[in-house]
Design a binder for this molecule. Structure first.
Ligand code: SAH
Length: 468
């Protein structure tokens, strides 16, 4: 909450250094500050003499002082007294902050980055003022000095934009283009005139241009760790009107999306009906026809076992504009986080990504090739048919002692890696009751996990591997 304190009566109890600092902040926010304390810091007295917004009562606190106070700050040196006053205020529903006493406080005063009228508040909920301060420093360094002026400038453009651009989407896009583009760069760089010129040209253009058609961006969300998103994917998530996502997409990734975007989960859970592919295609087309910017968000990479191709074909047929942003596919992400290089000059010259699902018509993959030496085979969706996969590989010439790994929840905090020989991996998996999603990697390179594992090393699954 940002509390508008202009011309509001704020009571400060206490007259020392701390009360002085808080009083200065309150006066800056436009509050009328009434300060009560038997002993008053000389600077406070000076300030009161020159500033009508500050009045001082040089005496002990009385409960009547609370009368008509919007907010109360308590900053005497006596903890028990502070708490007593806080209790009185709380009983009267007056929000109270007791300096350096989180428990007795109803609200806290955050560290702020002030680019008036832009204000950024940092709170650690009282857990660490030092951390809050460090974050503040980082944000300070990040934000241009003229940001406040830029905010005022953008406000000055709003009336005209409201007149010329009728619908809210068009206005949002107009301001996005300004804030993201050359206009903002000019403004914060000190060229206010140049910025204004661009803003006016753009407004004239947007007000006559036809409503831009909707579009669909097929976005790869990566395997789970939100920091593995590409910069382009992040931008698409921030600009989206609608996001259709799979069940596989992690909540951390979804948290990166624009808050106001409509989110539709179209996930298919194994064993449950979920959304049919035709329904998903229809939704994509319908939203885009309404002029929306649609993000179709898929786990990993959209073109690797993601049906991305099928969805694009439907869009192409419906003449909807589309683009594709690749993502880190599970094989790449899980292998990296498990310390298993997919190729290696000494162990594997090639790698295959295979689906563990049976083909529609019962066709089998080329087992002989997958079982070949100096080759890594990565099975997606393979957990359900693990026994069949293992038996087929061995039947087609893979040695029983070839190393294999199962990586569950790869790149996420709960990542588990189990390794065993091909002959034994099935029993290990059954005992471990692995969750989905899980990836199977088969090949000599898996042996490198022992020395190259680096992620989540205290994980129980890993210990099982080590003792195995
Ligand atoms: N398009 C996705 C794959 C979708 S198929 C991609 O490029 O990664 C779904 C399968 O991917 C799962 O059954 C599992 O085998 C694998 N998978 C996806 N994310 C995973 C993860 N974080 N950890 C382990 N396996 C994963």
């Amino acid at each position: 909450m940002f509390f508008d304190l202009r011309d509001q009566r704020v009571l400060v109890v206490g007259g020392g250094e701390v009360a002085l600092r808080k009083t200065e902040l309150l006066l800056r926010a436009g509050a009328r500050v009434c300060l009560v304390a038997p002993k008053i810091h000389p600077e406070l007295r000076e300030r009161a003499a020159s500033d009508a917004a500050l009045s001082i009562s040089e005496r002990e606190f009385k409960p009547e002082d609370l009368e008509g106070a919007r907010v109360l700050i308590v900053a005497t040196a006596q903890r028990a007294l502070n708490r007593f006053i806080a209790k009185l205020a709380d009983a009267r529903n007056i929000p109270v902050n007791v300096v350096d006493d989180r428990e007795a406080s109803r609200f806290i005063v955050p560290a702020v980055i002030d680019r008036d009228p832009v204000l950024i508040a940092v709170s650690t909920a009282g857990t660490s003022p030092v951390l809050a301060r460090r974050l503040r420093e980082k944000l300070e360094a990040l934000l241009p000095r003229h940001l406040g002026a830029a905010a005022l400038w953008l406000r000055s453009l709003r009336k005209m934009a409201q007149k010329k651009l009728r619908d809210t989407d068009a206005r949002r896009r107009y301001f996005e283009a300004l804030v993201d583009g050359e206009a903002m760069r000019r403004f914060v760089g000190g060229d206010a005139q140049g910025a204004e010129r661009i803003a006016q040209q753009r407004l004239a253009h947007d007000s006559t241009a036809p409503k831009p058609p909707g579009e669909v961006t097929l976005v790869g969300a990566g395997p789970g760790d939100a920091e593995l998103l590409t910069l382009k994917a992040l931008r698409a998530l921030q600009d989206a009107d609608v996001i259709l996502h799979d069940r596989l997409v992690s909540s951390e990734v979804l948290d990166m999306a624009r808050r106001d975007a409509l989110r539709v989960s179209v996930g298919k859970r194994p064993g449950t009906p979920g959304f049919a592919q035709e329904e998903i295609n229809r939704l994509l087309i319908d939203y885009a026809r309404k002029g929306q910017r649609v993000v179709r968000l898929k786990g990993g990479d959209p073109f690797v076992f993601g049906r991305g191709g099928e969805e694009l074909e439907a869009l192409a047929q419906a003449r909807i504009n589309f683009s594709v942003i690749p993502g880190i596919t599970a094989a790449a992400g899980c292998a990296a986080y498990a310390g298993i290089p997919l190729t290696h000059r000494d162990h594997a010259q090639s790698v295959t990504f295979v689906t563990g699902h049976a083909e529609k018509d019962g066709r089998e993959p080329d087992w002989r090739a997958l079982a070949g030496a100096r080759h890594t085979a990565v099975f997606y969706m393979g957990l359900g048919r693990l026994d069949h996969i293992v038996a087929s590989l061995i039947e087609h010439g893979a040695p029983k002692e070839r190393p294999a790994a199962l990586i569950a929840d790869g790149t996420r905090q709960g990542q588990r890696v189990l390794t065993a020989t091909l002959a034994e991996i099935g029993a290990l998996a059954a005992a471990a009751a692995l969750p989905s999603p899980t990836l199977l990697v088969v090949g000599e390179v898996v042996a490198l996990h022992r020395s190259l594992a680096w992620f989540n090393q205290t994980d129980a699954g890993d210990e099982a591997t080590r003792s195995a």
